[in-house]
Every structure is written in C-alpha cells, then in structure tokens.
Design a binder for this molecule. Structure first.
Ligand SMILES: [Zn+2]
Length: 548
C-alpha cells in the first residue's frame, strides 16, 4: 500500500517502570532521585544518563522519518547559562524490553546513529525541552527485521563529556501525569531530504527591510518585532537532492531556539522564486526584501493576544521547533524550469504584524560554525503527473478512436531536453500542441515524470500512415535510444512510468497488449523508438512486462 502523506504519531511514557536514570553506568534508579527527578550530565562527581521507553509505537517497518523528537520537562531553573553536552541514542532492539538494575541502559546495545544535544542557555522549570531531530536514529530502529507497528522503543540521553557540575534535569513519570516524557514522530513511506545551511553567507537577518546582517549581533537571528525594529530572517538551504517536479508531500523548517522565550511573533514564510537561490551578499545587495518571492506562502502564528494577555507555546533554549507545512512553497520552487537536484532553495521569514516586543531568537550559522543552524526537511515522492495541455486546441480538433498504443523516443538528448522545448517546437510546426498524448521526462523535468500532452480524445501528430494518428495513443520517452543517434538507454524511472502508463491506458480503453507498438513497427519509415527501447516493447507484447 502506498501512503502519500506525512503521518503523525505521538505517545508518552506509560508506566513508571519505563523511565529512570543510571548513575555512573552502575546504578539504575527507576524513579529518578528521591524527588522523582532524573539528572542528566555531570553532577556531584557522578555521570548520569536518562532512559525513556515508549510502548505501542505504531510506525510501519522501514518508515522514513520526517521529524522525531523527545520532549522532557525540566525540574529545575538553571541559575546561569550551562554548558551541558548530551547525546541521544536509541536502544537497538526490535521490541525494547524494560530497564532494571540487571538490564541497565549502559548494558544494552545502542543504535549506530546518535544525535548531539548541547545545552548552552538556561532551562526553566516546568517548560518543555525538545531534542533536535532524531530522524536517522528512529529510522534505524524501525528498519530492524523484527520491528512491527505497536512494538516498544527506548531512547537514552547520555552525558557527552560535560565538565564537572554541568547537568540538566527532568521529571520521572512517577512524579505524575503531565510530567512524563513524550515521543513525537512524523513519518512517510516515500523519500525524505534534509536541506542544510552550508556557510555563513546562507543565513542572516534583515532589519526594517533596509539593513542586512549576515553575522547578526549575539549570533542570533531575531524573528518579529523586538520593540525597536522589524526583523526578518533569510535562510538558504543546499543538499536537498530533490528531482524537478517531484511531488512534495510535506516540508518543514526546523529551527533551534537560542533562549527561553515566551514571546509570540506572527510570521509569514515565502520562498525565493529562483532556480538556484543565490547566497546572501555581505553588502546586503540581495537581501530578502529585494528578491522575487514565491506566490505560495505560509503563515506561522506562534501566539495570540487573548484579553490583553499573550498566550501561545513557550520555547525553551536549545530546543528545536518546526514551522507549519511549507509544501506549496517548495513545490512551486522545484517545479521551476531551471530547478535541478543540486539547486539551493531559499526562504524568508517575514514579520506579519507582530505586536510590539514579540519575537523569537534562532541561532545563526556563525554560532559554533553551524552547530545550531536551521534545517529544511522535505518529504517527497518521485512519480507525479503534470497536466500541461491547454484546454482548447484549435487545430487537429478531430476525434481519436484508439486501438493501438504507439511508443516513441524524442530523438533529443535524454537529460538535457525540456518537455516545454518539444511542445513549443511542435506548436511552431503548426500541430497545435505537443504531438503526443503522453510524455515521460528526462532529467531536466525529473526522470520518469509523466507529463500529460494533448488530450487522448484528440488525434495525435506522431504516426502518419494508415491513419494511425486517428487510431492510437502516442507515448514518447525523452531520449535518443537508437545507436546511430547517440545510443542512450531509457532510465529505470522512465521504464517504470511507461509500464504503469501502458497498463493504465490499456485497461481504460480495452486495448490488448499485442497492440502496443514501437513507432517503426507501423509503416512509417523511421528507426523510432530506437534499438535500445524496442526490445522492452517486444517483451511487453509477449509478457505484459517491459522488464524480464
Ligand atoms: Zn516516433
């Protein structure tokens, strides 16, 4: 079964035996200390780790994780800014057993993937602290051969070399309901990409739409109205590796809050309408306000004023928060003519009438060389049908009665030909639209992407003799698959789309598989669709499958 969305799962520690702390890798305290507090880090000459086990984790095996986090509730307000170095790991068991003195976290096998969590600003009692994204760690757990939806998993927060006296705290489940740790996981069965800020020229803040600060004061990007100025963040992400025209099913900014903060700005997120977003010039000449934005935008309302009091989610220092879904913005950008998998993608977080003094602070790349820089998580699917044809075609407006499906190659380079070029060329000839009913794209439009050409009930312009244009559906694969023309091969993605399309069109129109032809198997004098594609079509006629 395919699932074409981002699903969300949330649970809490269910029983007091499911969490606790381990002191010096030797002593398990299932209820924390006498006050039911779990210490994590280096305190009083001991090193402490915390463990949390979650039951009934309803995530399919081999799910791709979009966002996964542990939320814990601090039990103490720090008196000064700490420097607590923690690391989160998973227990590498397909259905994790409970902890006990004879089966302590330190004795159990951990995941290969781990996530550092560095606390450098004060935590406050009773707020919620949330880890960075535990994406790969949770993927590793649910990829195990014995994993089944509903199994238990456990996370351990270990000390990662904190100095003496550097520790944080949280409550144990036995403290009561509402104090226990939570696990939140968003997942998909499709693909997930992570965009990163790859240098200090990729983020910063614009003040009052006039001044760009690539290395802002205090190393923080202010978002919103700080009482004196309007502050708007700009972020440029790379390493997304998303093909053009991919179907975007979810996209979220992940940002690290730089202090404990109970202020509530309202933001408006837009993308830069650029094929490959330019990095920010230090002189501010391409600051966000000067750039073309996407039509798609997303409001981020972080809090509101109720009876004169601001209410909303408090943010904790060194906790990671996600934006609303930005999929429409990302879709608009990856659909651009010049988008490639190696393109950069930029966004701006504009102020949207925040009240005076309402802002959040996120770390700029310049703080610890990107340790806390923003990320962009995108869930996407490869195959997507694009509708390109105009509704009304003036010429060739005659009916088609398909009895055959005819497969072509475009006889143009597979990975450097745009569909739009072919279509414009055919319109220029006077064919009114692209010659074919269906197009299967090369790399420029996304390998294997299906683009709908002229409507199937209109005659084609792809096979002349014996009135074939009146009796067939034309499907073209982008590429030159004949040896004399360059001898390219159809890609696996193109063949997968062709298989799906042939099956669908045949079923809808009752066309037998024996009537799927390569263009040159009609009386037309041509080598189309080439020696490198024709054998697949021959195999389809005999087995119904393009591939052996
Ligand atoms: Zn042809």
């Amino acid at each position: 079964m395919t699932m074409n969305h981002v699903a969300k799962f949330k649970t809490t520690v269910a029983q007091s035996t499911d969490d606790g702390r381990e002191q010096d890798a030797t002593t398990w305290n299932g209820n924390g200390n006498a006050s039911n507090v779990i210490t994590i880090g280096n305190s009083g000459g001991s090193v402490y780790s915390a463990a949390f086990r979650f039951r009934g984790v309803d995530i399919p095996r081999n799910a791709k994780i979009v966002l996964a986090r542990l939320k814990i509730r601090p039990a103490v307000t720090d008196s000064s800014d700490p420097d607590v170095k923690l690391i989160v790991k998973g227990i590498k068991e397909a259905n994790t057993k409970v902890f006990s003195q004879s089966s302590r976290p330190s004795q159990r096998t951990k995941t290969v993937n781990s996530v550092a969590w560095h606390i450098i600003k004060k935590w406050e009692v009773h707020e919620w602290a949330q880890t960075p994204n535990l994406q790969l760690l949770i993927e590793e757990i649910v990829a195990q051969s014995g994993w089944k939806p509903g199994n238990a998993l456990a996370l351990v927060i270990e000390d990662n070399g904190s100095s003496s006296g550097q520790a944080e705290t949280c409550y144990d489940k036995i403290k009561g309901d509402g104090y226990q740790a939570e696990l939140e996981v968003w997942y998909t069965m499709k693909n997930v990409s992570v965009g990163t800020i790859a240098g200090n020229d990729r983020d910063g803040v614009e003040i009052n739409k006039t001044t760009w600060q690539g290395s802002p004061t205090g190393n923080v990007i202010t978002l919103g109205d700080d009482g004196a100025d309007i502050n708007e963040g700009g972020l440029i992400f790379s390493a997304l590796s998303i093909p053009r025209h991919a179907n975007i099913i979810g996209a979220y900014l992940m940002i690290t809050q730089a202090d404990q903060n109970n202020r509530f700005p309202n933001l408006l997120i837009k993308g830069f309408a650029e094929d490959d977003a330019a990095v920010f010039a230090s002189d501010g000449s391409n600051r966000p306000s000067t750039r073309q934005k996407t039509k798609a935008q997303a409001e981020w309302t972080i809090g509101e004023s109720a009876a004169g009091v601001f209410v909303g989610l408090h943010w904790t220092a060194n906790s990671v928060y996600e934006s609303p879904d930005l999929r429409e913005i990302v879709q608009e950008i990856v659909d651009r003519e010049g988008w490639t998998p190696s393109s950069r993608l930029g966004v701006v977080l504009e102020n949207r009438s925040s009240w005076d003094g309402q802002y959040k602070l996120i770390w700029d790349y310049v703080k610890n060389t990107g340790e806390f820089a923003a990320k962009l998580i995108v869930a996407w699917d490869t195959i997507r049908t694009i509708y390109s044809a105009q509704k009304d075609i003036l010429k060739f407006d005659k009916s088609n009665y398909p009895e055959y499906i005819i497969v072509h190659h475009s006889a143009t380079p597979r990975d450097s030909t745009h569909f739009s070029t072919i279509r414009n060329n055919h319109i220029g000839i006077g064919w009114g639209d692209v010659a074919y009913h269906h197009w299967i794209a090369g790399a420029l439009d996304g390998l294997g992407v299906h683009i709908v050409g002229r409507p199937e009930n209109k005659i084609g312009a792809h096979a002349d003799t014996q009135k074939m244009n009146y009796r067939s559906i034309g499907i073209a694969l982008c590429g030159t698959f004949h040896p004399s023309g360059g001898g390219e091969q159809p890609s696996a993605e193109q063949l997968a789309t062709l298989q799906e399309l042939l099956d669908k069109v045949r079923k809808e129109r009752g066309i037998p598989k024996e009537r799927v032809l390569g263009h040159r198997e009609t009386p037309d004098a041509t080598n189309c669709p080439g020696d490198n594609l024709l054998p697949y079509i021959e195999r389809y006629r005999s087995t119904g499958k393009l591939l052996p």
